[in-house]
Design a protein around this ligand. Structure first.
Ligand code: GDP
Ligand code: IMO
Ligand code: MG
Length: 440
């Protein structure tokens, strides 16, 4: 059976923590999209792990697979693996030969395009990791894949075209001087770098035909967890374009990005991860956005500063139209609602129950960002709940959660017609109320 974990909002909902929580029952954890733009946190045994590429199952010693749908920067992958080894973990990571490789010029181009857009206030606020440019080269059928790194002739041929093409874009379109880019557009330097990546991939036997590998593991009776990165409203198709990432975090891509069939993924569980309020890094509309003291309070209580970039995250009330959209797109069979502890101590907790636009009330997301930006939230108010001790509540279970928080949870479950399998009351593995384990 598979369990797919999908961000229901704008990323940073606590996906890594839920992967860790239920990861005990899994044998393999697969990332199916995105790259080192992700920052997934696992807090266990008094240790905090921030993971960008290595799937979050690593903390429990599970095999991690980076599927064909990912874009992989070998540099950050190796750094992450080395850092985890220094902390006493032994990451067993496999890399899809079909996954595309983020090369030094992709990061440069990410920055160059953001700078160009900034002149007209159109920047996305990307993580600067080269994600968009790498997916562009994938779709443009000119990128380099992990499998190409292992074939020197194929690599040379692809890179000769690619480096020249990218240098031209960098210089002729964006007006930068490639000589100033630290060798990022220098064929010899990039080629050498790629050969060094290949050496380590061979030495550690990292490359696999991931779809076949996963099918074999399932045939052997192993349980697979699919770990989405980012979130539904950052999805290239279903998010608020253009303020999105360049991949599909939604559940359909768990099949495409891993090589497992949609029937395999669809026979399993799809758990949507919801942060009890809303946070956003980067630009784009946010109808329930808060400012002032309340925003500051939630930002501080929730530690809402980007895992990857350290940027302060924008915060707002829970946006229910966004969640209805997410539940439909991915077909959630269950949800997790995290950060209920962060909202504790606030007098009145609100949610955006619907939107009003042009005198009309709407209950799901408009298809265009411009229309979404015109939406005013129709707020619904809940009684706040008092501070509580997370570990005690987690130990005693749902009934120990303040009744006002229970009312909030049950409202969300009702609106999405989906049961909450788990409620997060703190960052730690032990700080979750588990009502149902999707593997059981
Ligand atoms: P991800 O990208 O979805 O894996 O989430 P991040 O790790 O980027 O951000 C979530 C942050 O909230 C991390 O610091 C987690 O440790 C923390 N977290 C997760 N669940 C909870 C919760 O229920 N309560 C609190 N206070 N923090 C949580
Ligand atoms: P996790 O997996 C939150 C946002 C960026 C930017 C937009 C595009 O930790 O939830 P990109 O670098 O992907 O081209 O940036 O997407 N973004 C995230 N926001 N959590 C993430 O990942 C994100 N990954 C990308 O801030 O707005
Ligand atoms: Mg994150």
């Amino acid at each position: 059976m598979t369990v797919t974990i999908v961000g229901a909002q704008l990323g940073d909902e606590g996906k890594g923590g839920v992967v860790d929580l239920f990861g005990d029952a899994a044998d393999v954890v697969v990332r199916y999209q995105g790259g080192d733009n992700a920052g997934h946190t696992v807090v266990a045994g008094g240790e905090e792990y921030k993971l960008s590429l290595v799937p979050s199952g690593v903390v429990r010693g599970k095999t991690g697979v980076l599927g064909n749908g990912c874009v992989v920067n070998p540099e950050t992958l190796f750094e992450e693996v080395d850092a985890l080894r220094e902390r006493g973990l032994d990451p067993d990571v496999r890399l899809a030969k079909r996954a595309h490789v983020i090369l030094p010029f992709h990061r440069e181009l990410d920055g160059a395009e953001e700078a160009a857009k900034a002149d007209s206030d159109q920047e996305i606020g990307t993580t600067g990791r080269g994600i968009g440019p790498t997916y562009e080269d994938k779709v443009g059928r000119r990128g380099v894949r992990v499998g190409d790194l292992l074939n020197e002739d194929a690599l040379r041929e692809r890179l000769e075209y690619l480096v020249d093409a990218k240098r031209a874009v960098y210089e002729d379109i964006y007006g930068f001087d490639a000589e100033d880019a630290d060798g990022a557009f220098d064929f010899d330097a990039v080629f050498e770098q790629c050969l060094a990546y290949a050496d380590r991939i061979r030495e550690e036997d990292l490359a696999v035909n991931a779809g076949d590998y996963l099918a074999d593991r399932i045939a052997d009776g192993d349980e697979v967890m699919l770990e989405g990165a980012q979130g539904t409203s950052l999805d290239i198709d279903h998010g608020n374009f253009p303020y999105v990432t360049s991949s599909n975090p939604t559940a359909g891509y768990a099949a495409t990005g891993s090589g497992l069939g949609p029937t395999t993924v669809g026979q399993g569980e799809v758990v949507g991860i919801v942060k009890g309020y809303l946070s956003r890094v980067g630009s784009g509309p946010m109808p329930t956005e808060l400012d002032g003291d309340l925003a500051e309070y939630i930002r501080d209580e929730g530690g809402e500063y980007g895992t990857v970039t350290g940027r302060p995250r924008r915060v707002g009330w829970l946006d229910i139209p966004m969640l209805r959209h997410a539940a439909r797109v991915s077909g959630f069979t269950g949800i997790a609602i995290n950060h209920l502890d962060v909202l504790a101590g606030i007098d009145e907790v609100k949610v955006g129950h619907a939107y009003e636009r042009d005198g009309e009330t709407i209950e799901t997301l408009p298809a265009t960002t411009e229309n979404w930006d015109e939406c005013e939230p129709v707020l619904k108010t809940f009684d706040g709940w008092a501070e509580f001790d997370p570990e005690t509540v987690a130990e005693e279970g749902y009934e120990a959660l303040p009744s006002e928080a229970q009312a909030y949870v049950e409202y969300v479950e009702g609106e999405l017609d989906t049961p909450a399998y788990v409620l997060g009351v703190g960052p730690g593995r032990e700080e979750s109320i588990v009502r149902q384990n999707p593997f059981e």
